[in-house]
Write a protein of this length. Structure first.
Length: 278
């Protein structure tokens, strides 16, 4: 009988301790790691949503975390200040320094947080993959501004979920799953305030980014504001490279983990080359 090949596990609770008390998850590499990938989730999401992608990255240590107010980090009050979110990410980076080149993957609002981190602290990471970050202040104003809402946070979370996925997806959730999504409402409200607030960086600061940046989108979102934002990054960041996950929409980490994993492997390779050249 031959031994069956080892398979990478998913993201499990990490032994690492974040100073702010955020919940951390980890998928270790099967053998000597090629580097570390840190995943930063977007709005109304969670660290473990990257598990499908992590399992496909056998040669990497993958770290993810629940941002303030979400899921395992719900005991930590949400922060509407991007600076606090950046500090949280930098703390995660500090926990894995010395393991090899560090790549950050930011999905949606997580991509905005990661961009802010590399603008403020240029040497904090070796490479960066940004997937459809909200960059509204760099785009043309919407023809019809989004209406203000006074609905309770739980109702806003449900409406956001239905808009980003579908009514059918919400209806398929169990009562417990719906409750936990609604409980993430206050963190979502804080996220929306962050994404619509004062511009956190300028086009001039984007032009000063020196690390390799992969700007990724799903092929189904090319004509949306996510696609517009990606084109701004590609125009403004000198080192930016484009990557498109074919057949994917905004939730590529859930629906197209194979394609996204290939994009992340390319991003890590770019960071490794830059790191070895220093």
């Amino acid at each position: 009988m031959t031994d069956s090949p080892r398979r990478p596990s998913g993201l499990e609770p990490s032994s690492l301790v974040h100073p702010a008390g955020l919940a951390l998850y980890e998928k270790p590499a099967l053998d000597a790691p090629d580097g570390v990938l840190i995943c930063v989730h977007g709005s109304l999401d969670k660290g473990r949503s990257f598990a499908r992608v992590a399992r496909r990255l056998a040669n990497l240590d993958v770290i993810a975390y629940d941002r303030r107010g979400y899921q395992g980090s719900r005991a930590v009050a949400p922060a509407a200040d991007l600076g606090v979110q950046v500090d949280d990410l930098l703390e995660v980076i500090s926990l894995v320094e010395g393991r090899g080149p560090i790549t950050v993957f930011g999905h949606s609002l997580g991509g905005l947080i990661a961009l802010c981190a590399t603008v403020a602290w240029p040497r904090s990471m070796d490479s960066l993959c940004v997937f459809e970050a909200p960059l509204g202040w760099l785009l043309a104003p919407r023809a019809t501004p989004e209406p203000a809402t006074t609905r309770p946070p739980g109702e806003q979370a449900e409406a956001f979920f239905r808009t980003m996925t579908s009514d059918a997806s919400w209806d398929r959730l169990s009562d417990a799953e719906r409750a936990t999504r609604r409980a993430d409402g206050p963190a979502l409200v804080a996220d929306l305030a962050m994404s619509r607030g004062t511009a956190p960086f300028s086009e001039h600061e984007l032009a000063g980014i020196e690390i390799d940046v992969v700007v990724a989108t799903g092929s189904l979102t090319q004509s949306t504001r996510y696609g517009e934002g990606a084109r701004v990054l590609l125009d403004q960041v000198p080192s930016a490279r484009e990557a498109i996950v074919e057949g994917a929409g905004h939730g590529a980490h859930l629906t197209h983990p194979d394609g996204l994993a290939r994009v992340l492997e390319m991003t890590v390779q770019l960071g490794s080359l830059k790191s070895s050249a220093r």
